[in-house]
Design a protein around this ligand. Sequence first.
Ligand code: FUB
Ligand code: ZN
Length: 637
Amino acid sequence: MDRGIVVDTGSSPHSLLHPVPISSARIDDEFWRPRRRALREAGLPRQFEMCEATGRIDNFRRLSNGSNDPFQGRVYNDSDVYKLLEAASHALAEQHNQDLAATTNGVIDAIAGAQRSDGYVHSYFALEREHERYSDLTTQHELYCAGHLIQAGIAHRRATGSGSRLFDVARRFADHICGTFGPDAREGVDGHEEIELALAELYRETGDRKYLDQSIYFLEARGRQPSLMPAVPGAYERAYYQDHLPVTEQTEVVGHAVRATYLATGMMDAALESHRPDMARAATKLWESAFERKSYVTGGLGSRYEGESFGDDYELPNESAYAETCAAIGGVFWSWRMLCRTGDAKYADAIETALYNGALSGVSLDGTKYFYVNPLSSRGGYERADWFDCACCPPNIARLLMSLPGYLYSTSEDSLWVHFYAAGGVRASLPYGGTIEIEVETNYPWDGDIRLNIVDAPASPVALRLRIPGWCEGATVTVNGRGAQPDAVPGTYLDVKRRWTPGDVLSLCLPMPVRKLSSHQRVTTNQGRLALARGPLIYCIEAADHPDVDLFEVALDRGDDLDVKHNRDLLGGVTVLSATGDRLVGPAGQGNPIRTAHSDQNDQLDKVPITAIPYYAWGNRGIGAMQVWMPAISEAG
Ligand code: FUB
Ligand code: ZN
């Protein structure tokens, strides 16, 4: 119990970093607190209502109440309920809530009632379809659902203690799976990865090696010749399922984006838990492919609607970006394990980008509406929804944000690592002995001043390892008002090691000038364009701030400075960037999409005020156009 985040690498022999449990870290800031509260108080209850209204929970009840009611919805609907239970469990771990606990227990009863006598649980493959069990692992998500049940069970046990009924149900199903699949039993692998990471986590939770072996079996069952995934009607080509090559031979991230991120996450679990440098090597290559050549500036992953998939290198269209919320979240899970194994700050940078941008945009400010697809440009007409037929994203963003305290800090040897900056605090045991407690004061991400107040520390020296984000030039540190360390290199952790005493104050300043970003020349849609960023936030312009302007005619001057102002009354409090931009007006009579090249020079420029808001906050003021990448002009020539 109380080991916190589902990604519990505490026992991982090949992890450099050790986790700090959710309940040992506190987030108490103006940025995360309101949105996490909105999710906890409005979003989670609403998601439970939607699961009820759409028959997702009745699907379980029909197996125990003798009603013979038909199954409702999509074959993988059980997984939405499990992810929601996981989110609720994280919320309960942090703060008890009578209503949430009661709702959670009611749903757990329904699931427990649906478990078959041999441990199997899937509300679709039951009763009239019991005989179809495991008949189509390629497309039917049975082990995917099982994985989410296992993760939910673990989170519930960590939140509530060893008597968790959900955990018992999940473990029995895991035992059933271990007894069914393997080299000496039935060979098989699921078309949607998820069981792999869940079984690795179950190994961490129980110490029973058979779960890790089973996870590795499923990893290695991918990409065999011939495939273990039958090409059933309606199936995609093998690369969609990452089944085109053995996983350790894959070097380019391909296929369905959520599947690909979950696969790499599972590979990293194998690398963290057992001696599998081959898995780590392959996952590292895949990470470079995904994050260095196929990732949006927002941390969005997966550029194609077709197959919800990764595209080619630098294929990153804005308006037709897919960038599913779940894929950005999968990228966080994956990068977190890369970070745990290496301590390399570039993985933390990737997590931060998704957290503040392409994942966070998945939920509305009030916590009750969701994006599935996260474009970087919209002509309007696109808005968040309460729910979806395929509702994978709402509970996924909920479970990520509810587990957020577990991502802020890690420990190693005599060090406390501070990965992400949020007001609050942490009390952590250090592997070399002793406990360190700090209070954090900051207004991050709106400014980069961070104050760490030492509350408690061991008598021996402790290193505070502070992440200097890759975007931050000129960071400075003082201890008790005196300059401590000159070299704060962007994209590294800065070590400040000393004997700390209660009352010591470490101040970190991360300057946050506005940054104008451009794209690699191969990102064709972004040529001649720039995007705005400040600190970890990517900005966009939205119609609501420009009522009389067509956003697609707005350009920014490369040389112009932008004003930076915090507006407490806008969008829950945001720092906005403003400038005088240019409205591009084409030469008279030239409405045709194709013009002679020289006529571009005749474009007229009108001055227009531009206001940019953080990308995560767009779409909270009605339906309207939005742009991240804006045309850039150079008036100075
Ligand atoms: O197939 C289950 C989930 O639904 C996937 O992860 C999402 O991409 C959506 O297709
Ligand atoms: Zn999704």
